[in-house]
Design a protein around this ligand. Sequence first.
Ligand code: FES
Length: 114
Amino acid sequence: MGLVQFISPRIGGDWSMSCRNHQSISLLKMARMWNVPLPVQCRKGLCGTCAVRVTPQGKQQQLCLSAFERQTLRCLGKLPAVLDSEGQKPWKGPYWRLACQCIVGTGDQFFVAF
Ligand code: FES
C-alpha cells in the first residue's frame, strides 16, 4: 500500500494529510481522491502548475520522469541536476515532480510539499 503525506498551509489545521492508495495512480488523482487542494490546470504535464516537492520515505525509489515532465521541469528550472539523459537515477530527493505525471506505486511512501 502506498502512503503519501501532503504538507501545505493550503490544507489548514496541522498542514498535513496522510493518504493511502491500493493501486498505482497519479499523485494528482490521489490528491483529488482525498480532497487535497493541489493547484492544477492542464493535467498533461505542460503548464507546471502542479509542481510539488517530493521527498521519499524509507527505501530509495527510482526517479522516472516522462518526456513531458522532464521538459516542463527543465523549462521551470526545477529539473534535478543529478539526472542522466534518460532521467534515471536513484532517488534520494527531495525533487520537484509534476503531480499530474508522477505515478504513486503501491509500495511508494513519500512526503509531498506544495
Ligand atoms: S497540471 Fe499542468 S503540468 Fe500538471
